[in-house]
Design a protein around this ligand. Structure first.
Ligand code: PBG
Length: 340
């Protein structure tokens, strides 16, 4: 069919017409909201590197969780920081070589899980399982002989995941990129009768420049004294797509229920290819640097923030993601209420 029989613009004439033929729509059900928690009381400190994001303490995060649930967002993703708020308390933080605070029964994340599940039981609580915010080296694993050691690290990650399950987490999400960590976590959960705890693995996680604002927020940048200033020996090379599919296949085999691609925007092709090949739910992480690019551009008057947010989240969904983890989740959820 050619012009004038076919005029593509006929179906773009009005907003209602465009809605009628729209192929992709982000739903509030697709969203996960990341939250940062650290020890303390009545803490709600703005995170300098991330607009509209805060460090909460376990007591204040409950209020935030209630608001998130009220907006219809089904899940939060918790990140923990060890020790008290540094700048204010002046206390030494609790980082050590093994990141032991990560599996402390009274750790900030563990406390937050218990309190959120008590106050808002219907909200799905996902926890980030990693060591980088807890190790003095800032790496996601133990350093041995100048390298990040795989096999001793996955034992610790299993301990972390188990401590989150014991506190009441619904889903644990390992973000370290060690080999075999999903298997180690799945075995630890099964052995301790946590048969219904799901694993969402950061399966294809790339060594990205877009984690910068997060590393400030989580105080988790690799320490230069280790001689390893980046995470390239464990996170993926941005150039690799076939390898990403291999990572995802392995995690599914090891017991992951949901697999994640991270970051989202430079990796829409990976999301798309994963969607073609795998049938399990696919999550995409619209990371801190992607978020702050939009916020900064909006602040400079260069883009319309709401429009950019909608366009980006729609693109991630269109590529094939079922679940979108995004710092825009609340803003996006509020924009839906315009229609109801
Ligand atoms: C921890 C972790 C990181 C992010 C999520 N989990 C940082 C990193 O790998 O350095 C990044 C999230 C974001 O940038 O929003 N390993």
């Amino acid at each position: 069919m050619v012009f004038p029989n076919n005029r593509m613009r006929r179906l773009r004439t009005t907003d209602s017409m465009r809605r009628l033929v729209r192929e992709t729509a982000v739903a509030v059900d697709n969203l996960v909201y990341p939250l940062f928690v650290r020890k303390g009381n009545r803490l709600k400190e703005p995170i300098e590197s991330m607009v509209d994001c805060f460090h909460f303490s376990p007591d204040t995060i409950v209020k935030e969780a209630e608001e998130v649930a009220k907006l219809g967002i089904p899940a939060v993703l918790l990140f923990g920081l060890p020790g008290e708020a540094q700048a204010k308390s002046g206390l030494p933080d609790k980082k050590d070589k093994t990141g032991s605070e990560a599996w402390a029964e009274d750790g900030a994340v563990q406390d937050a899980i218990r309190q959120i599940k008590k106050a808002v039981p219907e909200l799905v609580v996902i926890t980030d399982v990693c060591l980088c915010a807890y190790t003095s080296t800032g790496h996601c694993g133990l350093i041995k002989d100048g390298k990040v050691d795989n096999d001793s690290t996955i034992e610790l990650l299993a301990k972390v995941a188990l401590s989150h399950a014991q506190a009441g987490a619904d889903i644990v999400a390992p973000s370290d990129m060690m080999d075999g960590r999903v298997k180690a976590i799945r075995e630890a959960l099964e052995a301790n009768s946590f048969k219904d705890i799901a694993i969402m693995s950061y399966a294809a996680k790339f060594a990205s420049a877009f984690y910068g604002p997060f590393r400030d927020a989580a105080e988790s940048a690799p320490d230069a004294s280790t001689g390893l200033t980046d995470r390239k020996t464990y996170q993926m090379d941005p150039a690799n797509a076939r390898q990403a599919l291999a990572e995802i296949a392995l995690d599914i085999e090891e017991g992951a229920d949901i697999v994640m691609v991270k970051p989202a925007l430079p990796y829409l092709d990976i999301i798309y290819r994963a969607r073609q090949r795998f049938d399990c739910p696919i999550a995409a992480y619209n990371v801190s640097g992607e978020y702050m690019m939009v916020c900064s551009a909006a602040q400079a008057g260069l883009v319309d923030k709401d429009a950019a947010m909608l366009e980006i989240l729609t693109a991630i969904k269109r590529a094939g993601a079922d679940i979108i983890i995004t710092y825009f989740a609340k803003k996006m959820a509020k924009s839906f209420s315009k229609f109801v």
